[in-house]
Each structure stands twice: as C-alpha cells, then as structure tokens.
Design a protein around this ligand. Structure first.
Ligand SMILES: Cc1cc2nc3c(=O)[nH]c(=O)nc-3n(C[C@H](O)[C@H](O)[C@H](O)COP(=O)(O)OP(=O)(O)OC[C@H]3O[C@@H](n4cnc5c(N)ncnc54)[C@H](O)[C@@H]3O)c2cc1C
Length: 499
C-alpha cells in the first residue's frame, strides 16, 4: 500500500504542533521551514515578530503540554520566569495601576519567543515520523483537476542552494506559514478561488530590544515589581504603550508600541524620550539600571485579517490552513500562539473523526473558526476603541465594548466577575460565557452597589507609580481565606498540568 504522507508548510507554533498531531495519523509527516532554526534564542527572518515580547497564556500552555508532553517541565528546568500581574509585575491598565496582591493570582509564562520554540523543537526533533526540511521555501501548491474537481496533491519547494523548486507530493497539505501566508496567491495559481477575507489595520508599530542589568547594579529592593512593568494604551487616542519584562538568563525585553501611525525611535535618546512621555514615569525610571544587549528592531503590525475558510464554497480536498495563516489579530492580549496551538488541538480532535483528505478540511475549518472567533473578536473590538482605526463600529461592537468596560469596572469590586473575565482573556472560556445570567447580574450589582469597594487610586488613568507593596492581611479570617484560595489555585494549576 502507498505511504500516506502529510506536508506542513511552516514550522512555527502552528506548524510544529500540527506536524506532531498528524504524525499519529499519517505514515510520514514532512515539515518544510524556510529558515534555519537558530541554536540560540536569536530571532529568525521567518518570524520577524519573534524579537518582540511573547507571553504564553494558560490555554496555550495546556494545549502545547497536551501535544508535547513534558513541555512545561522542560521550561521549568530551564528556569523560565513566571509572571503574575500585581504580585511581581506592575500593570497599568487604562484605569490605572492594578491592585497589588500579596500572593500570585494567575501566572503566565514569560520567556523569549526563541526559547519557547527551541523547547518545543527539543521535544519533537527526534520523532522519526517527522522529517523536517529547514531552509526550504514553499513557492506554490500543486493540484490535480480544475474547478470543483481540483484536488491539492503537493507543493513546489525551493531548497537553499538549489536552482529550481522541486515538487513534493502528499495526501494532505497544511498551510501553517503564518500571518504573511501566500496561500491566496498560491490557490489562484492553481485555478482555485481563495476564500473571501476581511481586514482591519490597527495602525500599530512594535519595537523591541533586549537589555540586562548594568554591571555592578542590583534591582532595587524596594521595587516589588521584580519581573517588570507594563503600561497599556488608553482608548480612544493614547498612542504609546511600553513594557520592560524579565526574560530567561538575566535578560529583560523592552517593547515599545506606537499607535496611530506614530513613528518609533531608533536610538537610546529617542527611546528615553518615548518612555519619558508616558502617563507613568515607571519604565523611564527603570531604564537607567539597564544596558542594551542587542539592537532595537521595529515591526509594523499586519492588519487583523479573517480568512473565511469556514464559508469557503470552493471544495479543494487535500488542503488545510491553520494558525495565523487563517486568522491574524492584534497581539495586544497575547493570544496568538495560544490560538495557534489550540488550532492544532482542534486538528487532533477532528483527525479522530476522519483523516480523509476530502472530508477533514470542511470539518476542521468549521471547528477552527468557531474557536478562533473569540480571540479575533476581542482584538478587533478593542482596536475599534481607538478613533484613528478605520473600521465599521456597529451597534453590536459598541455595546460589546461598553459591556466589557462595565465588567472590568465591576471586577475591581467583585473578584468573581474579575475571574470570569480573566478566563475569557486567557481563552479558557468562550466570549459567550461573559453573557451568562449570573455574570451579568453580578456585573450590574457591582456597578450599582459596590463601587465603594474599588480602590479609588486604581481608577485614575494617570497615577505616577504603582501602589506600595501589598501586605498579607493579618486577621485570621483573611489568613484562612488567603490560604484556601492559594490551595485552590495550586490544585487547579496542577490539574491544568495533568491535562
Ligand atoms: C509584535 C507581536 C507580538 C506578539 N506577541 C504575542 C504574545 O505575547 N503572545 C502570543 O501568544 N502571541 C503573540 N503574537 C502572535 C504570534 O506571534 C502569532 O500569532 C503566532 O506566532 C502564530 O503562529 P503560526 O505558527 O501560525 O505562525 P508563525 O509563528 O509566524 O510561523 C510561521 C512559520 O512559517 C514559516 N514560513 C513562512 N512562509 C514560509 C514558506 N513559504 N515556506 C516555508 N516556511 C514558511 C516561517 O518561517 C515561520 O516559521 C505576537 C505577534 C506580534 C506581531
């Protein structure tokens, strides 16, 4: 019998995860990656965003752990920093500094994108079922038949140093080539109409640079934000955000975000001016303790883009698209890699129903879109809060943004509401869960009657420095409550690990 082969285009988060999942259903999986994976955490051309800050949310961590067992343990062994906002990292939201808490509430994984990819790769590079071809650039698709009878049968790929692309044939071809996917062009070239798409330009430019503490200097003891600081933009017109966050191996990553087409600085003086003009002097005050260890890199964010694969009328058996090649959105909430990994989780579930190259694409596109729309809608709705962004502000979007605003405010007084909002932001629950009657009722109640509970300083959008270190409450009832919450969180955290 002929060998069943799957070809994955692109070895980023979605590509590596998809290859691992496909290996259980195909005799051979070929992963084609245009770059040479670096040995170090250094960036690579195919992932230009990799030099900017990348956090992995709880959903992404669970999904990757599920596909690459041992992922979390390996990151722990490599001593990746764990960041908890309000506990070891200061966070200034549009409403001001978040509450300072004495115990970690929700820890996210903060390491360089390079380290994350390297760790995933270390867990699958020895898998004999997956054949990885680095420095192999896919130039187009290969198809049989035309119109509605067309079927994807392979790719044309150019290996570094070769004179011409070679044809590689497979039963299933998966586009995982990220935000700059050329799939629309490739599909047209083989006579297939690509799916329709919608776009929205968030008008954002990111810039990133790695730093370390200056020789002989120590992080000041009175700064409780030992893992860094985040300052977000305030809608509708604030055009500056910045973060300085601890990464692995004593490195710190400075990220600047400029909105409304604002230019980013190029040199140290420009960077100092940029952070000096923000609504809090915190990062500006921290920077003199650090020195750069690489160059400042800029990246103009692509538009949010939704490719309607789930409504694609053209039947093109043998072709799938996954991750950012299907749906790109503003990384403001750090959801992109988690979505890419979860998409592979969805592929895994779909493959258990069918591995047929004819039936799988339609099933997968539908399920993938159902999940991705959560992150996409959150990002687009948030972008439309900024007046310079050109897009249709439907009544639905205005109402949604208003309701989110009420929930954020209610969350300051009611931790239940805050937790439910957090679950949606971490992609653990769908956006629709925010409209559960209990959450709606508690939001309304908190907004009407509990406003006095919210710490007034938190509601100032301009507050110079974070609130002082929180003290662990001394009263025994509070002690008990804190201990119970800690045990509960530890158990749920471990349960997530075991998943
Ligand atoms: C500035 C910025 C900050 C971000 N911050 C975060 C964050 O904090 N948290 C988060 O979860 N997400 C973040 N994201 C989003 C995240 O980077 C992406 O959503 C995620 O990487 C998508 O994964 P992917 O595998 O689909 O694509 P990618 O990771 O982009 O991988 C695509 C791969 O395909 C390869 N490739 C491309 N074309 C070809 C070709 N023709 N042939 C062969 N190989 C090819 C590329 O080299 C690359 O390896 C951020 C994005 C940006 C722009």
């Amino acid at each position: 019998m002929a060998e069943k082969k799957a070809i994955v285009i692109g070895g980023g988060i979605a590509g590596m995860s998809a290859a691992k999942v496909l290996a259980d259903h195909f005799d051979k999986v070929i992963l084609l990656e245009r770059d040479l994976y670096p040995d170090t955490i250094g960036g690579r051309r195919g992932v230009p965003q990799g030099r900017m800050f990348h956090t992995l949310l709880e959903r992404g961590r669970r999904e990757i752990e599920d596909i690459f067992p041992g992922f979390h343990k390996l990151l722990d062994e490599r001593k990746m920093p764990k960041v908890s906002f309000g506990f070891n990292c200061a966070l200034m939201t549009p409403r001001g500094w978040t509450r300072n808490v004495p115990i970690p509430i929700q820890r996210s994984l903060f390491c360089t994108r390079g380290m994350l990819e390297t760790t995933m790769r270390d867990l699958f590079k020895d898998d004999p079922r997956i054949e990885t071809h680095e420095q192999t650039n896919v130039m187009g698709l290969v198809a049989e038949g035309s119109g509605d009878r067309a079927r994807c049968t392979g790719v044309r790929a150019l290996k570094k140093g070769a004179d011409a692309p070679e044809v590689m044939l497979g039963d299933l071809i998966i586009d995982a080539s990220g935000a700059n996917s050329k799939a629309a062009m490739w599909l047209k070239e083989v006579g297939v109409e690509p799916p329709k798409e919608e776009t929205l330009d968030p008008l954002l430019t990111y810039g990133g640079q790695l730093y370390r503490l200056k020789e002989g200097l120590e992080f000041p003891k009175e700064w409780w934000w030992t893992h860094g600081a985040f300052i977000q933009r305030v809608p509708p017109s604030d055009n500056k955000a910045a973060h300085l966050i601890r990464q692995e191996s004593g490195l710190w990553l400075l990220t600047l975000v400029a909105g409304d087409g604002l230019d980013l600085p190029e040199d140290e003086d420009g960077i100092a001016d940029f952070v000096g003009g923000m609504r809090s002097p915190l990062i500006s005050g921290m920077l003199p303790y650090f020195e750069p260890v690489d160059i400042f890199t800029r990246y103009r964010l692509p538009s949010n883009r939704w490719r309607y694969y789930e409504k694609w009328e053209q039947n093109f058996p043998g072709f799938l698209a996954i991750g950012a090649s299907t749906c790109v959105f503003n990384p403001n909430q750090g959801q992109g890699m988690s979505v890419a990994a979860a998409d592979a989780g969805i592929l895994k579930a779909c493959l258990q129903k069918t591995a047929s190259p004819a039936a799988l694409p339609k099933l997968f596109f539908k399920e993938q879109a159902h999940f991705q729309k959560n992150a996409y809608r959150l990002a687009v709705a948030n972008d439309l809060k900024f007046t310079a962004v050109q897009g249709k502000r439907t009544i639905g979007i205005k109402l949604f943004n208003w309701y989110r605003e009420q929930q954020t405010a209610a969350g300051l007084a009611d931790t239940y509401v805050a937790r439910k909002v957090g679950e949606v932001d971490l992609l653990l629950k769908p956006v629709s869960s925010l409209f559960h009657p209990v959450i709606m009722a508690r939001t309304l109640f908190a907004r009407l009657f509990l406003f006095w509970r919210a710490n007034p300083t938190q509601q100032e959008s301009v507050a110079a420095l974070p609130p002082p270190p929180a003290e662990i409450p001394k009263r025994w009832r509070n002690e008990l409550r804190t201990a119970a919450a800690y045990v509960y969180r530890t158990i749920t955290y471990k349960a997530g690990l075991a998943r």
